[in-house]
Design a protein around this ligand. Structure first.
Ligand code: AMP
Ligand code: MN
Ligand code: MN
Ligand code: MN
Length: 309
């Protein structure tokens, strides 16, 4: 991956402003033309940049292609697409769906969902409605515990359309009830936590069908988050092929490059496509830089091959 990315001559100039350059890569090493990102969030879920600002940011960072993959939400796609056309960057509409399975819940990316997505849109509307009910239940639990909070308080932290547990965590930090996001999840918002309310999610088969109907590819996001050992994970992924799974996001910012390479090899041996992403949520989250994945490696455009196959 890096060989195609890093240039060894003095002939390549980095046109980005000084403050946009990336530590560890000098101008001459940095060939912006091939850097992409296939996993990003906007304010339409829990990112901090609006869809059009995300596109502007991607252009400033020198990306040549980007997919928007908001949590259970596709309303940012047309806005990002329009801005991408204006700015001349390749755009792939996407989504990150929460999936329920006997192995626990996991995330599925729907990438390049460029055809009619009306069925998906309607189903996601239903999911959002259920999320709103769940949010009210979380508020109730917090109020019962004596915390002064309203849904408006949380909404103002979310800024966008979707309120997730992350925003409840931020509120708990602001009110000094938790020390960090991690602490808030550990004590309050994860299963077993004081304010935890489970969320109803889709099944893999249902999600894959809707992604395919919209012309997209279904790819398991950050597979290591399933917290299985490598062998069990490979067996699990193989089983998902029966539901129509197309591939896996082998490379993700949170995991080591060598471990991710093993997943890529597994995918290659098993006829699955491979993608790579940062899971960018805005500049706030360390180690989730736009265009960078496992080991802070720039994401090569070869990962578009599977998407377009
Ligand atoms: P929700 O969709 O409301 O269940 O919230 C999911 C979001 O909460 C994820 O996208 C993360 O941003 C955040 N999240 C979930 N679990 C954790 C955790 N253990 N630590 C930190 N953030 C988490
Ligand atoms: Mn998120
Ligand atoms: Mn995810
Ligand atoms: Mn994500």
């Amino acid at each position: 991956m890096l060989q195609r990315y890093i240039h060894n001559t003095n002939s390549v100039q980095d046109s980005r402003p000084q403050d946009k350059r990336v530590a560890g890569f000098s101008d001459i090493e940095y060939v912006t033309e091939t850097m992409i990102d296939l996993h990003t969030h906007s304010t339409h879920s829990d990112g901090t940049l609006s869809p059009d600002k995300l596109i502007d940011y991607a252009c400033n960072q020198g990306l040549s292609a980007i997919a928007l993959t908001d949590h259970d939400c596709i309303s940012g796609n047309p806005i990002a697409k329009k801005q991408a056309e204006k700015r001349g960057i390749r755009f792939f509409p996407g989504v990150e769906l929460e999936i329920e399975s006997v192995q626990g819940s996991f995330h599925l990316l729907g990438l390049n969902i460029h055809k009619n997505d009306a069925v998906l849109a309607a189903r996601l509307e239903e999911v959002q409605k259920k999320r709103k009910t769940r949010n009210r239940e979380i508020i109730k639990k917090m109020q019962d515990a004596g915390i002064d909070v309203s849904i408006e308080d949380i909404a103002s932290l979310a800024g966008g359309e979707v309120i997730s547990r992350l925003h409840f965590a931020l509120y708990l930090i602001n009110r000094k009830k938790a020390r960090s996001v991690k602490d808030a999840f550990l004590r309050f918002l994860s299963p077993g936590g004081t304010f935890f309310i489970p969320k109803e999610a889709m099944t893999l088969s249902e999600a894959v069908q809707m992604i395919h109907a919209a012309g997209g590819k279904a790819v398991i996001a950050h597979p290591f988050s399933l917290k299985m050992n490598f062998k069990n994970l490979c067996n699990f992924i193989s089983g998902c092929k029966e539901s129509g799974l197309d591939g896996i996001e082998a490379y993700h910012s949170e995991y080591g490059f060598t471990l991710c390479s093993r997943l890529e090899q597994f995918a290659a041996d098993n006829g699955l496509i491979v993608t790579a992403g940062s899971d960018f949520h805005g500049e706030g989250i360390k180690n989730r830089k736009l265009g960078k994945t496992a080991g802070q490696t720039p994401i090569d455009d070869r990962f578009l091959d599977g998407l377009l196959s």
